[in-house]
Design a protein around this ligand. Structure first.
Ligand code: S3P
Length: 172
């Protein structure tokens, strides 16, 4: 069964776009972060605080594998860092997988994350200036992994509906 994977940096709109796409193509959406939160009964912030990032990355890998091996078709929304750890990027081109990188500019990401960072442990403590610098550097470091996706869809200046339609057309 098919797995449609949406990936991209924090704030690129993975969950919102996946929810809309799910309605358009009638395939259920599963959010990897939400699965982890449910499994652990802890928020992402609490997992980072209590167990550390390495523990989170291991868990993220295991839950990703579990979802890929499930018999049903899913849209899977990855966390921003998922493709960059534990060789997860190699799974973006597996059997029955369609992977789509939702590409957003530094400006778009900053505008979306600046006032919405508290639930994201990697940026929660940064002031706006530090955050912009961090996003620019981090996005550059992660681009190699994001670019392993089979398709790239630019999300800047598009509505959720437009992006979801563009992805549905790619999949048709
Ligand atoms: C992370 C992104 C988050 C979440 C965790 C780490 C990252 O997901 O998995 O805070 O490393 O970029 P979102 O991209 O859904 O915010």
């Amino acid at each position: 069964m098919k797995k449609i994977i949406l990936l991209g940096y924090m704030g690129c709109g993975k969950s919102t776009i996946a929810n809309k796409l799910s309605k358009v193509i009638q395939i259920p959406f599963v959010d990897l972060d939400e699965m982890i939160v449910e499994k652990m009964n802890l928020s992402i912030n609490a997992i980072f605080e209590k167990h550390g990032e390495i523990y989170f990355r291991k868990l993220e890998h295991d839950v990703f594998i579990e979802l890929l091996n499930a018999p049903e078709s899913f849209i899977i929304g990855l966390g921003g860092g998922t493709p960059c750890y534990a060789n997860n990027h190699e799974l973006l081109n597996g059997d029955n997988v369609v992977s789509i990188y939702l590409k957003a500019s530094i400006e778009t990401l900053f505008n979306r994350l600046a006032f919405n960072a508290s639930k994201r442990p990697l940026i929660a403590d940064k002031n706006p200036e530090e955050m912009k610098e961090f996003i620019a550097m981090h996005l550059f470091e992660r681009s190699f992994y994001y670019n392993q996706a089979q398709y790239k869809v630019v999300v800047d200046d598009k509505t959720i509906d437009q992006t979801a339609t563009e992805i549905a057309d790619l999949l048709a």
